[in-house]
Design a protein around this ligand. Structure first.
Ligand SMILES: [Zn+2]
Length: 275
């Protein structure tokens, strides 16, 4: 996709009045399922009601095939005072400011992601006010609590505006199955929002858990004790990793998410969630 197209937000209109929804892919540039879904829908999506805005999150990172270029775009939606000078000087901060007016136009936003953890599973991140819409997405697991533990994402920003913010995690970013989850998930979202009526969806039984803890590294050498799958159960006191000379253990029995080795202090190393 050309740079000019990556920067452009496309608007699709229905013939009948209705709500406005925003769909984003590629907020992390190496999560290609959302990028491919947005590309396909920009050419093909037809809706009955309202307006749908289709946006690529991070054009520079999409072109480079990287998660981000200078800062994590999905942490740039915090208030300015909560961002560092380096973060405010980043490309991603500027991109967040470009995108904010589109969030302001929309009543609900769906942001499509994939996990860097192999064998991850599809799940949704949202807060309770989004559960009616999230309940129609093709996932079995709904995770809340991110706004407190890891603020600054697109869903956080929508929630701050008093709107519906949903993040759809489609599975492992290296897995081709994520493409179908992304596309089905977007269509289910558009149906739940009553823009279209032809997607095959129905309310699902979903497990609901809540993130309660994020570990931030204290040294420039954080190494996991093992490779953890997303949502693998850890027991209270179980060794999760070594941060410099310090052993890091689970504060309580819970499910671990997004665990990774880190080479800088002050970085996100893993999350814990429980029912
Ligand atoms: Zn992502």
């Amino acid at each position: 996709v050309e740079t000019s197209k990556l920067n452009q937000v496309v608007e699709i209109r229905g013939t009948k009045p209705g709500p406005t929804s925003l769909v984003l892919g590629g907020v992390h540039g190496d999560e290609t399922c959302g990028v491919e879904a947005i590309t396909a829908l920009r050419d093909s999506l037809k809706i009955n009601r309202g307006r749908v805005l289709l946006a690529y999150g991070n054009p520079r990172a999409i072109q480079a095939g990287t998660r981000f270029s200078q800062a994590n775009l999905n942490r740039m939606f915090k208030p300015d005072a909560a961002l560092s000078a380096d973060e405010r000087a980043s490309y991603e901060y500027a991109r967040a400011q470009e995108l904010k007016p589109y969030f302001a136009q929309a009543d609900a936003a769906l942001d499509v992601h994939a996990s860097f953890t192999p064998n991850s599973r599809p799940f949704v991140i949202c807060e309770p006010q989004a559960r009616e819409v999230a309940g129609q997405l093709p996932v079995d697991l709904v995770v809340s609590g991110f706004d407190q533990v890891q603020p600054g994402g697109t869903d956080y920003y929508m929630n701050q505006l008093g709107k519906v913010g949903i993040c759809l995690e489609c599975g492992y970013l290296g897995d081709q199955a994520t493409n179908k989850i992304a596309r089905d998930g977007i269509l289910a979202f558009l149906q739940a929002r009553r823009h279209i009526q032809d997607a095959k969806t129905s309310a699902r039984q979903q497990t609901k858990i809540r993130v309660f803890f994020q570990y931030m590294t204290k040294t420039s050498n954080f190494i996991l004790a093992k490779r953890f799958k997303d949502f693998e159960q850890v027991k209270q006191g179980q060794l999760i990793g070594q941060d410099g000379s310090q052993a890091v253990v689970a504060p309580r029995s819970s499910a671990i998410i997004f665990a990774r080795n880190r080479k800088l202090a002050g970085e996100e190393a893993f999350l814990l969630a429980a029912s």
